[in-house]
Structure formats: structure tokens, C-alpha cells
Design a protein around this ligand. Structure first.
Ligand code: G6P
Ligand code: MG
Length: 212
């Protein structure tokens, strides 16, 4: 029996990928490295350090460890600047109704996000109190596609992995949910997240009746 719904944040509840893109793009321009919107798609659900590795590609050898850290900090500074403009309007279409429906059904509800800014984003959206627990980029060492963040979240909720449904917009997130032995629901195009147990094209299309 399903007892809990675990939601990814960026791309399921809110769309921060444009802000991430602007931050990475600004950094890439400053470093003279090409970075397009298409490149940014690869960074969906990927940790900050792995994102910078992907952005740098072969240029990675031109930088020291300290410079790498400084670039992560610089991008995060830009990203946090954009986050100050965030408000309830930034909830994705259908997200508010989905949260309400999960609650009305008496299911537990959690956030499991790779982002170290997840709590700031939730505050900006004014939905922090909706969740029974929140796991973020500080919660576990191994990032998605490792199952760790979802297993950690289930433990905090006091439920078994097989009693959880995960909603994810990233390929690595669906992989992580499957590895955790949870019901994996892709939110987005089939060629990106169609390898889970269910797939809906957007948050507004998620059909809990079908899943449960
Ligand atoms: C989410 C986003 C990724 C981002 C990651 C880390 O998973 O989808 O694009 O890189 O979080 O975010 P952070 O806020 O810690 O840099
Ligand atoms: Mg996501």
C-alpha cells in the first residue's frame, strides 16, 4: 500500500532550471566557455559539482581545485540573486492542487531535492510547512542516480521504500527512485523520464488515481 509521496522540487513543484541556466551561462561567459540552453538540459537533477564538471568538459584540466570551488560559489551567488525574486507565482501549474490532493488522501508528503538551496526555494514559494520532511543537497553524500536521498527520506517518514511514490522530472531522479525500489513517476517528456513506472508530461497532468 502506498503511504507517502516524495516530490523532487526543481522541475516538479517549481521551474528553477531557467535560473540555474542564467547562473551557469553567466559563469561560462566569464570563463569564455560555450554553454547553451541545450547543454543546460543535461544538468537537470544533477548536483552542483557534477554540473560544473559537465559545463567545463575538457577545460576542466585548466583549473585548480580552489578555482573549481570558487566557480561553484560564484554560480551559486548568481543563482541566489535570482531566487530573491521568487514567489508563490513560481509554483508550476497544477502543483498547488497536487499538494492539496496528496494531503486530502491522507498520504505523507516529502521533498527530496539535490539542491542545497531547496529550503530557500520552499520559503520563497511559501510552502515549507506543507511537507512532513524535507531532504536536500546536504542530506546524503551520494547524489541521484544513487537511491540514497529517497531511502533517507522514507526512513525519516517512517515508511518502507515500496510504500513510496516518487515524482521526478530528471532522468537521474527516475533512476534513483527505481534503484530505491519505489514507484517511479516521470514528469516530463518520455524520451527523458519514460523509463519509470508511469510518465506524465507535466505536473498538471499527474493523475494520482492512476498511480495509486
Ligand atoms: C536540482 C537541479 C539541478 C541543480 C541541483 C543542485 O537537482 O535540478 O539543476 O544543479 O539541484 O542545486 P544547487 O542549488 O545545490 O546548486
Ligand atoms: Mg528536478
Amino acid at each position: 500500500m502506498i503511504k507517502a509521496i516524495i516530490l523532487d522540487l526543481d522541475g516538479v513543484v517549481t521551474e528553477t532550471s531557467e535560473y540555474h541556466f542564467q547562473g551557469w551561462k553567466r559563469l561560462a561567459d566569464e570563463e569564455g566557455i560555450s554553454f547553451t540552453r541545450e547543454d543546460n538540459e543535461q544538468l537537470r537533477g544533477v548536483s552542483r559539482s557534477k554540473s560544473l564538471e559537465l559545463l567545463l568538459g575538457d577545460h576542466i584540466d585548466d583549473y585548480t581545485k580552489e578555482e573549481f570551488q570558487e566557480m561553484m560559489d560564484r554560480k551559486n551567488g548568481y543563482y541566489q540573486e535570482y531566487l530573491t525574486e521568487m514567489g508563490e507565482d513560481d509554483l508550476l501549474s497544477g502543483a498547488r492542487d497536487l499538494l492539496n490532493e496528496i494531503k486530502e488522501r491522507g498520504l505523507k508528503m516529502a521533498i527530496a531535492s539535490a539542491s542545497r538551496n531547496a529550503k530557500t526555494v520552499l520559503e520563497g514559494l511559501d510552502i515549507t510547512d506543507e511537507f512532513d520532511t524535507i531532504s536536500d543537497g546536504y542530506s546524503v553524500e551520494n547524489a541521484k542516480p544513487a537511491p540514497d536521498i529517497f531511502l533517507h527520506t522514507a526512513k525519516k517518514l517512517g515508511v518502507k521504500p515500496e510504500e513510496c511514490v516518487v515524482l521526478e522530472d530528471a532522468e537521474s531522479g527516475v533512476d534513483a527512485a527505481l534503484a530505491a525500489n519505489m514507484v517511479a513517476v516521470g514528469v516530463g517528456p518520455k524520451d527523458r523520464v519514460g523509463h519509470g513506472d508511469y510518465c506524465f508530461s507535466s505536473t498538471a497532468d499527474v493523475d494520482l488515481n492512476k498511480i495509486l
